[in-house]
Design a protein around this ligand. Structure first.
Ligand SMILES: Cc1cc2nc3c(=O)[nH]c(=O)nc-3n(C[C@H](O)[C@H](O)[C@H](O)COP(=O)(O)O)c2cc1C
Length: 214
């Protein structure tokens, strides 16, 4: 296979759409989660987001990066979670990938992606944002910090996990979750959905012994 080498000037001179797709591929496979929010009038909203990352376990923190509002695009997820201070993350399976992808279309605020994309909203009395009913992994987050990033106007949103639901059988004896047991989808770029298998697991690495497969 011949290789492509690109330097900063080559990347800068690419057509914007080509550059976006190329750079979006670089972080590799990521978790694709449906973010459920509502406004203060309980108008629900659902959008696929793949920029999630783990920030810490004590307190339990998850973060994501949301795009800014521009002249011609409202950001319902961002506006809603700043308004209500909470949101849900909902995993999905490969047979729901088309519906999940469709939530990225710019529907107007008064049109819920739950109904339009054929997901059912599930409301828990204890939590202020809607979950996706029957999602294999449901996470309820409460806003802890919001950082507008001056480099490109995106927003880093940090949430504390206040609610979790997953199948009992998916939890290993060490506490971790077997994501393959929940059939969760991983996302590459803005268009590719795949379902990873169990993969390989290893014990924590140390400097004195070779890798030990679990
Ligand atoms: C696979 C995939 C991943 C996405 N990841 C993100 C993301 O991490 N952050 C973001 O702001 N938008 C992301 N989007 C775009 C949003 O889904 C899209 O802008 C959506 O219309 C936002 O809806 P809202 O205005 O209702 O919040 C992604 C889209 C796709 C298809």
């Amino acid at each position: 296979m011949t290789a492509e080498s690109l330097f900063a000037t080559d990347i800068a001179s690419m057509a914007p759409q080509m550059r976006a797709l190329l750079i979006n591929s670089l972080p590799g496979y990521k978790s694709g989660m449906l973010v459920g929010t509502c406004d203060t009038k309980d108008q629900p909203n659902l959008a696929i987001v793949s920029s999630h990352f783990h920030l810490g376990s004590s307190p339990p923190l998850l973060a994501m990066i949301l795009r800014p509002s521009t002249g011609n695009s409202e950001r319902h997820t961002l506006n809603n979670l700043l308004e209500t201070q909470c949101w849900t993350l909902n995993g999905f399976t490969l047979d729901q990938a088309a519906q999940a992808h469709q939530t990225s279309a710019p529907y107007p605020k008064n049109q819920s992606e739950f109904a339009t994309c054929d997901f059912r909203a599930e409301w828990l009395p204890e939590f202020g944002a809607p979950f996706v009913e029957h999602s294999p992994l449901q996470v309820g987050c409460v806003l802890r910090e919001h950082h507008p990033l001056s480099i490109n106007g995106t927003h880093m949103i940090i949430g504390e996990v206040h609610y979790l639901r997953y199948p009992h059988a998916a939890q290993r004896s060490d506490g971790g979750l077997s994501l393959d047991a929940m059939d969760l989808v991983a996302v590459s770029g803005l268009d590719t959905y795949t379902q990873p298998d169990a993969g390989l697991r290893f014990a924590p690495a140390d400097t004195t012994s070779p890798p030990r497969q679990l």
